[in-house]
Design a protein around this ligand. Structure first.
Ligand SMILES: Cc1ncc(COP(=O)(O)O)c(C=O)c1O
Length: 392
């Protein structure tokens, strides 16, 4: 038989799938894959049900339902002071994943260089490569996940077409500082490049921080494509409703890609997300506060179990260094051990690196019910209390 596309088939089964399967096999509590286990806001669910029963279920407009695009423009103004024309600068997609694919396929020409920060979300590199882009990686390492001018100077060049920036950053749970964003903006301008900004966790930032879209920095309004996800903002990850906001000249080629990828997104879900985006400030601050409480709960439990927890400034995740438990082995071996022996699944952080893998760190997801988090911590404490790796 003739082979399939070798770029895509060179990627194995995702690590999320591998550990989710192993978790099921061993009855482990799954803190690997990042999805909340609550029901989501009841009024948003009710609006989806109402629209399904009462409104059209035929193809909505290719750019997205006007009500949702208007709600997204209002959201940009309300949270970031951005003036956005809903007709020419907003497009609805089937999840942030499709928004990312449409941006990359719509903008990259074969041979264009693409700057990415690793650790990176798993869909970026396959699509960059599929589009013929040449990845240039900036490697961030724990515990600070920092970078400087020299790192960007080594990655950016006149051939840079775009940078992909995920802020807040999965899995590092890093929120980029104003100075870091300004440095990235400087390099984007100097390379005459664009920035594809994956901001799916824009409303999940902690400890009084405010998310700063790169698009709000001087010179960036015309160069950024800002991507969001209703899945994260409303804890409804299965809905796969995403959106991209960009200046008309940037959005047009992206809309061409979207036209041939999915064309549109279920109309009742679009209606419900439009409703949700108009919810009062209490909903958005409550989302962040609720996640922050879960972060605190899991982080304290992991520390008590003997792991070294790194700061988590945003997202659904916390990274922990397991070397303090005495485990001798790489992070994949640790996750396998944790799933099969302790009954808790996590994700090895090395899976988010394309270059030489990082060792010693695993990612736990805390967007779960408190009793689930407590159950996982209990298992970990009991497991490590037995001191299976201590030789002294
Ligand atoms: C950084 C990042 N980008 C994009 C996505 C995908 O978002 P969606 O479910 O809206 O496609 C995720 C989901 O986990 C993510 O973590």
């Amino acid at each position: 038989m003739k082979p399939g596309n070798e770029i895509l088939s060179s990627y194995g089964t995702t690590v999320f799938e591998v550990f989710s399967r192993l978790a099921v096999e061993h009855g482990a509590i799954n803190l690997g894959q990042g999805f909340p286990d609550d029901r989501g806001p009841p009024d948003v669910l009710a609006e989806a049900a109402r629209a399904l029963a009462e409104e059209s279920n035929q193809y909505p407009s290719m750019m997205g339902a006007p009500a949702l695009r208007q709600a997204l423009a209002a959201h940009a103004r309300r949270f970031y002071g951005l003036e956005v024309d809903w007709q020419s600068e907003v497009m609805v997609t089937s999840g942030a994943t499709e928004a990312l694919a449409a941006c990359l396929l719509g903008l990259i020409r074969p041979g264009d260089e693409v700057v990415l920060f690793e650790p990176l979300y798993d869909s970026y590199l396959p699509i960059v490569r599929l589009a013929g882009g040449v990845p240039r990686l900036v490697t961030l390492r724990p515990p600070g996940w920092g970078f400087g001018r020299a790192d960007l100077a080594a990655a950016f060049s006149a051939r840079t077409k775009l940078v992909i920036l995920n802020d807040p950053l999965n899995p590092a749970a890093k929120v980029f500082s104003g100075d870091e964003l300004a440095l990235i903006a400087e390099f984007v301008l100097a390379s005459d490049a664009y920035a594809v900004c994956d901001e799916v966790y824009e409303h999940i930032v902690f400890d009084g921080r405010r998310h700063i879209p790169l698009m709000t920095l001087p010179g960036m309004r015309e160069r950024c494509l800002k991507i969001g996800s209703a899945g994260k903002t409303f804890s409804l990850t299965g809905w796969k409703v995403g959106y991209v906001t960009a200046a008309p000249a940037l959005l047009q080629p992206v809309a061409k890609a979207h036209q041939y990828l999915t064309f549109t997104t279920p109309p009742n879900l679009q209606a419900a997300v439009a409703f949700g985006l108009a919810k009062d400030d209490g909903y958005f601050t409550g989302l962040a506060a609720g996640m922050q409480a879960k972060r605190n709960r899991l982080a304290a439990g992991l520390e008590a179990a003997g792991l070294t927890v790194l700061p988590s400034a945003g997202s659904y995740f916390v990274v922990a260094d397991y070397r303090s438990t005495g485990f001798q082995g790489d992070d994949v071996a640790f996750c396998r051990h944790l799933t099969t022996e302790a009954g808790v699944a996590a994700i090895p952080v090395s899976a988010f690196y394309d270059g030489p893998p990082l060792d010693g760190c695993v990612r736990f997801c805390f967007c779960k019910r408190d009793d689930i988090l407590d159950g996982a911590v209990d298992r970990l404490r009991r497991h490590f209390a037995r001191g299976p790796f201590r030789t002294a």
